[in-house]
Design a protein around this ligand. Structure first.
Ligand code: C2E
Ligand code: MG
Ligand code: MG
Length: 620
């Protein structure tokens, strides 16, 4: 395939070849002048000069980034004609001068012709379609000329010229092959043999330029393997490499004609589809191909006697004339692919505006969150927890972010971002300190709670300073009997971490008096064995199970809640029902021996002062 290097190479040769012709050409005029054939020499030089101007125009017209595929091939065609004609003119002057005997002009003509052939074959090595005909155009007449002398030395010179022509061809061809080889290496991925990122970007730009010019449509499929790292980590890089090769083979065999597949790096591949003149057809084809690839790649692989299965996530971006920016389309496919990853992998999504807004909002949150603490936009709210008699016995600390631009941002939206960016460490520290301070203040003011919960994010929990910070905070704010009321809420994702480390940290804090609660219980993947290993004191039944409860349900429909409550009893864990919204749910849970309740039925999370007012009102 003709790539950017190929075209750039040819482009750069034009001025060199033109310059190398214009100066020796002047010599011919001079000689022609002395020998009375100046008219022919001047006409010839005029032709060379005009053709050179044409070459200069071709040189100036070259703008690889902005040219469509069609424009590029038209440019190449014009350039080929320019070279054929240009070198044909050199053969014309040779034929004119070779018959002139005076001042041994024919010798000059012969050597010029040999020189021209050498220069042409040396400079045009990047393209066989140029150097083969041009060597023939230049050397052919010379061989015939020697032969036509009719003397023995003429035949010998003719044989020498033929050998020389062959040598020129052989040298140019060898260089051509070498060039092809390096160009192949520069454009292809070493491991899989697919096109690499470098080639892909250039090709995509060309394709986009064509789409704009022809008002056509095409698509990009960004394919990322799911959990490829696990294969590498568990079976070794050899198996991983082999798997990538097999996958590349399947991709190459399953993409339609006139499309290309490239490896962007790691376990990421990208397909540029063919061109369509109808948007709906393009979209259907993109979806059909994605589904087909999803199924094909999922079929098992046998590598070194291992049976492997791997799925992938595919993001589609439809390309049309709305943009000429290759990065824009890659970004869209990337966003769609990440959306697949976020929703459980092994699927196909097509990019849409809604996704882009989500990403923008994500970035905006990320940016503004950096200043949230400094600007004092972070505040703690407290949601009361009630016992069976609807008496307030506890509180859960819930963080609130009130931003001047974004308004109230839900912690469900910004906590995950704070976790990704690492900002959770600073934020978590602030939350802990404010929470401890409030709790101490309440204790001093006679607000007697049995428990006081704080949500702890995993990244914060695993941070090296975590236990030291807690010790410091306890020392600064709480008495021993108060520490025993503090509960840290962790989620089931904790079991995905280094379990030994988790257990050690939990025990260290447990020894200080802090209790642990398993938040959103039942939604994750914690198993009973983990529950036994971890020093958990409480589980919070997730809102999703509570919201399904209503009177008159048969037992099987309440099976999940019953199971959780029974299990808690067996392990002697206290239970909090989250998200209790109706009296009915409260009654059912109460009857099932659930002891603590939290939800909108009683109260939302309240600012500190409002919580205090509610508490005193409740205790009257
Ligand atoms: P979570 O810990 O499970 O908190 C309970 C969430 O349920 C809170 O949402 C609360 O307002 C909401 N909720 C309580 N009762 C009801 C109800 O009856 N109905 C409904 N529909 N919702 C109810 P919020 O405050 O938006 O917090 C969402 C999540 O953000 C929390 O879930 C927690 O995972 C996280 N989060 C909140 N504050 C913090 C924090 O300070 N640190 C960390 N690491 N995470 C926090
Ligand atoms: Mg919680
Ligand atoms: Mg929860």
């Amino acid at each position: 395939m003709k790539d950017k290097r190929f075209y750039s190479f040819l482009h750069k040769q034009i001025p060199i070849i033109v310059a190398l012709s214009l100066f020796p050409g002047l010599g011919y005029i001079f000689l022609g002048w002395i020998h009375g054939i100046q008219t022919a020499a001047i006409i010839w030089y005029g032709l060379i000069f005009c053709t050179s101007l044409w070459g200069y125009r071709i040189y100036r017209a070259f703008r690889f980034e902005e040219m469509s595929e069609k424009e590029q091939s038209n440019w190449y065609l014009e350039l080929s004609w320019f070279y054929y004609i240009f070198f044909l003119l050199w053969t014309v002057i040779f034929l004119l001068y070779v018959t002139e005997d005076a001042y041994k002009l024919h010798y000059i003509a012969i050597f010029t012709q040999i020189g021209a052939s050498t220069v042409a074959s040396a400079l045009l090595i990047s393209d066989k379609r140029l150097f083969i005909p041009i060597i023939a155009i230049l050397m052919g007449p010379l061989i015939i000329y020697f032969y036509n002398i009719g003397e023995w030395y003429g035949y010998i010179l003719s044989i020498f010229a033929t050998i020389f022509m062959w040598v020129l061809y052989y040298a140019a061809n060898s260089s051509f092959n070498l060039l092809q080889h390096t160009s192949h290496q520069a454009n292809h991925d070493l491991l899989t043999g697919l096109y690499n990122r470098h080639f892909f970007i250039d090709y995509l730009q060309q394709r986009i330029n064509s789409l704009k010019e022809e008002n056509h449509y095409s698509y990009l499929l960004l394919i990322d393997l799911d959990h490829f790292k696990t294969v590498n980590d568990s079976l070794g890089h050899d198996v991983g490499d082999q798997l990538l090769r097999e996958i590349s083979l399947r991709l190459t065999q399953n993409i339609p004609q006139d499309s290309i597949v490239a490896r962007l790096g790691g376990d990421e591949f990208i397909v540029i589809g063919p061109k369509f003149n109808n948007q709906a057809r393009c979209q259907d084809a993109a979806l059909a191909l994605s589904e087909h690839l999803l199924a094909t790649l999922k079929q098992s692989y046998i590598i070194n006697l291992h049976h492997l299965y791997i799925s992938c996530s595919i993001g589609i971006s439809l390309m049309d004339s709305r943009s000429t920016n290759a990065n824009q389309f890659i970004k869209e496919a990337d966003i769609a692919m990440y959306e697949v990853k976020a929703t459980g992998r092994d699927a196909v999504f097509q990019f849409n505006e809604e996704m882009s807004l989500r990403v923008e909002s994500h970035l905006m949150i990320e940016r503004l969150l950096h200043f949230a603490l400094k600007k004092m936009e972070i505040e703690l709210h407290f949601q009361p927890q009630f016992d069976q008699d609807k008496k307030i016995i506890g509180a859960e600390t819930l963080v609130r972010w009130n931003n001047s631009k974004l308004g109230q941002v839900s912690p469900a939206d910004f906590i995950p971002i704070a976790e990704q960016t690492g900002l959770i460490i600073e934020l978590g520290e602030y939350i802990l300190e404010s929470a401890f301070e409030t709790f101490r203040n309440w204790c001093d003011r006679g607000i007697e709670l049995e428990q006081f919960s704080i949500n702890i994010s995993m990244r914060q929990f695993m941070h090296s300073n975590f236990t030291d910070d807690i010790k410091r905070l306890i020392h600064s704010y709480l008495k021993t009997d108060q520490v025993k009321k503090v509960i840290f809420e962790v989620t089931e994702t904790i079991v995905a971490e280094d379990i030994n480390k988790v257990v050690a940290i939990m025990h260290e804090l447990h020894d200080l008096g802090i209790r642990f609660s398993m938040d959103d219980f039942g939604t994750g993947y914690s198993s009973l064995s983990y529950l036994k290993q971890l020093p958990i004191d409480e589980i919070k039944i997730d809102r999703a199970f509570v919201s399904e409860l209503y009177q008159g349900q048969d037992e099987s429909e309440q099976a999940m809640i019953m199971t959780i409550l029974n299990m808690a009893k067996t392990f002697r864990l206290s239970t909090v029902a989250e998200g209790v919204e109706t009296e009915e749910q409260f009654q059912i849970l109460s009857n099932q021996q659930c002891k603590i309740f939290q939800g909108f039925l009683f109260a939302k999370a309240l600012p500190k002062v409002a919580f205090e007012a509610l508490y005193f009102d409740n205790r009257k």
